[in-house]
Design a protein around this ligand. Sequence first.
Ligand code: FAD
Length: 562
Amino acid sequence: MDEFEAVPPPPARPPAPRDEALERLGAQPWDVLVVGGGITGAGIALDAASRGLRVALVERDDLASGTSSRSSSLVHGGLRYIEQYGFGLVRESAAERERLRKLAPHLVRPLRFTIPHQGRKRTSLLGVGLWMYDSIALFRGPSRHRRLEPHDVVERLPGLTAQLDGFGYEYSDCRTDDVRLVLAVVRAAERHGATVLTRAEVVEVRRAAGRVVGATVRDRLSGRSVGVSARWTVSATGVWADDLRAMAEAGTPMLRPSKGVHLVFPAELLRVRTAGVVPSVAGDRRSVFLIPWGGQVLVGTTDDSYDGPLDRPAVDQRDADYLCAAVNRAFGTALSAADAVGAYAGLRPLLHGEQDKEVGTDRLSRRHALLVETPGLLTVTGGKLTTYRAMAVEAVDRLADDLGGAKARRRSGTGRIALGLRGDFGEAVARTELLCERVGVDPALARGLVERHGDDAPELVELAARHGEDGPLAPGAPYLAVEARWAVEREHALAVADVLQRRLKVARRVADGGASAAPRVAALLASAQGWGSAQAERSVAEHLAGVRDERGPVPLAAPAAV
Ligand code: FAD
């Protein structure tokens, strides 16, 4: 246990009431005001707060409502960056992957990939790439790559038909749940004293004597605005970074978002035992990956150029056809968007310089950028979910000299701050199983609860037993009814979508998009927030409209019977 911070975390507490947080925001000067509650902002808030700085984080929508809930949820070195000679990025990502496996062993779990290939020449090139991938990670990854005989490939991807005569390779990376990772980091930041407020939008950057000195924050629920003074404002606004830069009149636009899409199919339709990578059929050298996800399979691809609106990106027919064509060729299936149970799209904040304008988004930099174009405003964007912690260290180090004082100059301690589970994953599951038996909850539920909630799992079990909420929240999704209560009481959820689209990804995993569970979630929110029935109905309707828009050609089924 020495590898973790010395002070044990205080017991999990509900977040402070919003009114209090809003009051506090305007009442005191902050060392650091973080704008954006995705993984980048969460990481910076934790890093700064754990050095002892006074930190506030504001998010205009929900935590992780931007790109950080729309990723492929991989914590990975990034195999394809080897092909682009991005060895530094792979080294950093692989080191962060290993660190996160220790800090959040429940949330960052090994995932095996199978890459089927035909033809020995390409296979050997891939073998060299995988050897480099392992060696850059100093052979510390979840397991080393190996060459597979054709029958091994079929055993791992039983549905595969197109490449039955081919060899293949297996390698390992890690999977996570992007939203739960953000929540774990936010909760750690709060534990270290950060104030976090959602539905709080920066509408103006405040300046004095040529310096940014804070921001005007509008509470989107009450419409009230507060002036927030901060010695440094850090914009962690992802693909919206240019908006904040424009408010501060800093530089010309620098972001060129790329779009990635995912379809979710029932596991019966796509037989895969490991994750897999198959080529696209568009002759564009891109790949499509398949990741087993409980009773579903996630099929996705990233990096299509994009010039649509930044808010609420959606899957379209072309995206769905692209994914289905690749899968159908490899697996001999005839899948279409109509067979999927869910779909989502996300925008990656990629950076371009003038010279990159003609380059495809797959070749733009995954590196992050830290920019101070106006004193008092630091913009941090780009990068990956995987490297958020390293980005945060660099960002707060950058502010340290200017902030001055012993606290700012402290070295980052986030490499030792556990993110929701201190100790061994297996032991936590065993302890939770025992508790389940004692209170009359099915012990088979313990593993999933620990995976999603770490050290909080026993408290959820007790709550489930007390409220009779150990049944499924929605048919076909692995989440329990008690987890919706937890989201509302402990995890800053303020709308039905916050629960069913993000904290629990019901909307992507069931054909009705969570319609059957929505009234129950709305009732929990109504009692926590004092809503009337009209507001509860509005929240359900907004959730369903959001799901329908996002999934595009994937049909939204009628509510399943609960
Ligand atoms: P965001 O998550 O977008 O957060 C920015 C936040 O700022 C938003 O919540 C927004 O509401 C808020 N905001 C904006 N303006 C304001 C304002 N004025 N006031 C207050 N708040 C504001 N990386 C990996 O490591 N592994 C993967 O498997 C992976 N898969 C990906 C798949 C896809 C399809 C995409 C698109 C990206 C993927 N990535 C992956 C990259 C990774 O998801 C992103 O780099 C990361 O999530 C970006 O996080 P962020 O916090 O910078 O941005």
